[in-house]
Design a binder for this molecule. Structure first.
Ligand code: A3P
Length: 438
């Protein structure tokens, strides 16, 4: 579908203004095409993805911004408003020249650096102290909720892609990240999610209510506010989400649950025989992805510290989360546990989805391997705006399942940058559990 230059300019300028308002950086002066997003407008790299989601929404079509944002496997360092307008114009009106759209300067490659400190067990012990203490729900006598399914993984493991694939099966209800299990009450949850981008993290429950009750955003917000005011237990709130699901299974993917075994155990006390999917990804892919997304500053449950680099934080999150998941698995009967890897999902989507369906005892549905169809039913559109979907916004950069994403890290990282403990767990998972070394 073509779009004229004026429509494109209106969409791009409008989207830049929308993101500036969202990040509280109102432009002092009038926006001009030469302004650069990071240098002049104080965007952060993660805002780029939000911006392109909003532009595509305003234009009502996909543009294929992946090729603009990523050059030679690396994300661009900065872009001017004019570069975005030109790329969009080329893509929509001259697709044959769009592939050679002017390359923006790219970030310096993160070469394997021999001097980089490899993480040690002592680092991990200090890192664990950065995970916020939390209230554990008092041993509730409440009746257990019906069965639910949990996708357990560290962040940046392809969990949004997996959740959206699962959401393509009509027997399953897989909303965006819920962030419920980590807290005893909705008031605790609201307090922890009140920081930067808290709205985005909190939105998953709203989107879920809108879908399963057929509610407006306002109606969902009223229930959420009421639950916070009454300090409703998170178990009771899960019940609100399960109302009306009939035989459909609720699938909750929230990567931070793996930060603590206490959180994971909460699933056993809240639900009747819950099922678990352990999603793993090679740590180098996860680390690269985490660094690019600059996630630390908006990670719930994690206190900020300047002691560790972003790569070290990512590696320790990978190690700690997978250790917690593995430890927790020992207390769960084998027939309620299934392991899967991102690498396998992107390279053999159909066989992996069939395996998961068998595990969850639901019929396979072909929409599972077409994750970009029907964004409303899959809840990739956010509660009031797609740029606020709770989860990985990079999902929107792709337009199909992309197998190349699993090995992109090889351009920037190597296994010899990993600490011994991480490397040991990589070998164990790869040999005993699911293929993560491609
Ligand atoms: P990269 O940053 O390495 O590209 P999570 O949802 O757990 O945060 O995981 C995010 C990772 O999933 C990102 O990895 C993202 O690109 C990847 N991903 C999202 N959609 C994808 C798709 N359609 N195909 C392949 N990878 C995808």
């Amino acid at each position: 579908m073509e779009a004229n230059n004026t429509d494109i300019e209106v969409a791009v300028f409008g989207a830049v203004e929308e993101i500036l308002t969202a990040i509280g950086e109102d432009a002092d002066d009038e926006l001009t095409p030469d302004l650069k997003l990071i240098q002049d407008l104080e965007f952060e790299s993660i805002d780029f993805v939000q911006l392109i989601v909003v532009i595509e929404q305003r234009l009502g079509q996909k543009v294929g911004f992946q090729d603009m944002l990523m050059q030679d496997g690396k994300y661009v360092q900065d872009l001017s408003i004019q570069q975005i307008i030109d790329f969009t114009n080329n893509r929509l009106n001259n697709p044959e020249t769009a592939a050679s759209a002017p390359a923006a300067p790219t970030a310096a490659p993160l070469a394997a650096n021999a001097d980089q400190q490899r993480i040690t067990e002592a680092d991990v012990s200090r890192f664990v102290q950065l995970i916020k203490p939390r209230h554990i729900a008092s041993n509730s006598t409440a009746r257990k909720n019906p069965r639910a399914v949990f996708i357990l993984s560290p962040p940046r493991s392809g969990s949004t892609l997996l959740r959206v694939m699962i959401a393509g099966n009509p027997a399953l209800f897989a909303p965006p990240e819920l962030h419920l299990l980590s807290y005893a009450t909705m008031a605790d949850r609201a307090e922890d999610l009140s920081g930067e981008r808290g709205d985005q993290l909190s939105d998953g429950v709203l989107r879920a209510l809108m879908q399963n009750r057929n509610w407006t955003h306002e109606q969902a917000k009223t229930l959420l506010t009421d639950s916070i005011d009454k300090s409703l237990s998170t178990q009771a709130f899960y019940n609100e989400l399960q109302v009306g699901l009939g035989n459909r299974l609720l699938v909750d993917k929230t990567p931070t649950y793996a930060f603590s075994t206490n959180i994971l155990q909460q699933a056993e006390s809240y639900f009747e025989d819950p099922l678990y999917i352990h999603l793993m990804r090679h740590p180098c892919g996860m680390i690269r992805s985490y660094e690019e997304s600059d996630l630390t500053r908006m990670m719930p449950l994690l206190m900020q510290s300047s002691e560790f680099s972003s790569a070290a934080v990512a590696e320790m999150i990978w190690l700690l989360s997978n250790r917690n998941i593995m430890q927790f698995s020992e207390s769960v009967p084998a027939d309620r546990w299934c392991s899967i890897s991102y690498e396998n999902i992107v390279s053999e989507p159909e066989s992996q989805m069939r395996r998961l369906c068998e595990f969850m005892d639901v019929e396979y549905h072909n929409d599972m391997i077409n994750p970009y169809s029907d964004n409303k039913a899959r809840m990739t559109d956010g509660a009031d705006n797609a740029s606020k979907m709770s989860g990985d916004l990079k999902f929107h950069l792709h337009s199909q399942i992309d197998p190349a994403a699993a090995t992109r890290w090889r351009q920037f990282r190597s296994e010899d940058m990993l600490g011994d403990a991480t490397l040991g767990l990589v070998s164990k998972l790869d040999q005993d559990v699911a293929r993560i070394r491609l």
